[in-house]
Design a protein around this ligand. Structure first.
Ligand SMILES: NC(=O)c1ccc[n+]([C@@H]2O[C@H](COP(=O)([O-])OP(=O)(O)OC[C@H]3O[C@@H](n4cnc5c(N)ncnc54)[C@H](O)[C@@H]3O)[C@@H](O)[C@H]2O)c1
Length: 376
């Protein structure tokens, strides 16, 4: 274990701005701060990791392990703090009995990821005795979780050969489709995309399954992807689907629904100003480029289905795996994303706030109720 100290070039009084940010997020944030943050170091394997537990109000903290070459250790800690907080909200609204946690491993996975390092990481997670349950995230894969699981029973997102549920994109796409149906119900009075024009930006693992649901439901689908082979795979299967050159063109194409399914930050000021769609609902994480975008969308009459609500199928799957994976049981849980998304739109209307803010309120309510029940 190690600690993070201000580097000598900074004065202790006031401290470096990054460290202030870390401590503020950890202890004094208006979201109530985090329960526990663990800094891990294994000199032999070169492992440096941060495990952040935001909340265990609803149960053991669950969230993936991000393996990423952070610019600094402070940046890694801040990312772990933000991501773990996000997992508390996501798990709460997914109806899971799990709190929020997340871990980050510092470094380029292509250069430093070894079996020895993953085993050392597994021992650190195991040392928390189940308070934190880990899974895949950016830079980690089911095969990595198979290795971590050799040292740590609180590991999920493993391969089917090792008792895991494998690729989570099937249920993620199913959940996004349920969220989209709820948005259609709210915006047009019917829970179907039949006859609607839906633009999907990014037809990778999740996006291509989403296209299948949309085609089956009778939607007209327009796609884009930076990888030609991903586009061609869909056009070969569904000749009625059309493709455009890039996401900038897609948002300006006449659409009813825009589904960002590639990277984060898809909804920036320019995109929101250019959008023709009156519903946004997609799989990508962190779609809102900065605070305030949710209000801009609402002001333009665009119904935004909060990303962390509709893309919860993946975490629902890894949570189910902890009980011996049952696809039908997990799918039934992911189906509830329809009702949850509707409830968020209703709350947003009743409180006169954007859906993203309503989602946060509902999640906070569930966590507060659990804390109150535990204290009772
Ligand atoms: N896989 C899951 O279960 C899951 C769960 C929750 C959230 N998500 C989020 O959903 C998104 C998609 O995940 P995925 O697993 O399908 O990833 P993926 O890498 O398989 O697919 C992403 C696709 O987007 C394309 N892309 C990248 N930049 C683009 C751009 N500028 N314009 C158009 N296309 C672009 C890529 O070529 C790729 O085909 C990510 O933001 C991910 O974090 C995924």
């Amino acid at each position: 274990m190690t600690d993070v100290r201000p580097s000598p070039k900074h004065s202790v009084q006031g401290g470096p701005p990054e460290a202030d940010g870390v401590l503020h997020t950890l202890f004094r944030s208006d979201q109530g701060g985090h329960e526990q943050v663990v800094l891990c170091q294994d000199r032999e394997s070169g492992l440096k990791a941060v495990i952040a537990i935001h909340s265990t109000a609803l149960g053991n903290a669950l969230g993936g392990t991000r393996f990423y070459p952070y610019a600094s250790e402070e940046a890694a800690v801040l990312d772990a703090l933000n991501l773990s907080r996000g997992m508390s909200y996501k798990n709460a609204l997914a109806g899971l009995d799990h709190g929020g946690g997340k871990a980050v491993i510092i470094g380029d996975p292509n250069q430093i990821k070894t079996e020895q390092l993953l085993l050392a990481y597994g021992r650190f997670v195991a040392s928390l005795g189940g308070r934190y349950v880990t899974a895949c995230d950016v830079g980690t894969y089911v095969q990595d979780m198979d290795v971590v699981a050799r040292e740590c029973r609180w590991t999920t997102g493993r391969s089917p050969e090792n008792g895991g549920a494998g690729d989570s994109s099937v249920l993620t796409a199913f959940g996004v489709f349920q969220g989209m149906r709820a948005a259609a119900q709210t915006q047009w009075g019917e829970p179907t995309l039949r006859g609607r024009r839906v633009g999907v930006a990014g037809v990778g693992k999740v996006g291509h399954h989403l296209v299948e649901h949309l085609v089956e439901d009778g939607a007209e689908v327009v796609i884009t992807d930076v990888r030609t082979e991903a586009v061609e795979r869909i056009l070969a299967r569904h000749p009625q689907v059309t493709a455009v050159t890039d996401a900038g063109v897609l948002v300006r194409t006449p659409l009813d629904v825009y589904a960002p399914c590639a990277l984060g930050g898809a909804l920036d000021d320019d995109t929101v100003a250019a959008l023709t769609a009156s519903v946004v609902c997609g799989a990508a994480n962190n779609q809102l480029a900065h605070p305030g975008v949710e209000k801009d969308l609402a002001d333009r009459g665009i119904l935004y289905a909060p990303d962390y609500v509709v893309n919860a199928g993946g975490v629902i799957q890894v949570a189910d795996e902890l009980h011996g994976f049952d696809f039908d049981r997990a799918k039934a849980k992911a189906n509830q994303i329809f009702d949850t998304t509707l409830a968020i739109f209703d709350r947003a209307k009743a409180d006169g706030i954007p859906p993203a803010a309503a989602a946060d309120r509902l999640a906070e309510q569930r966590m507060a109720e659990a804390r109150a029940a535990a204290g009772a």
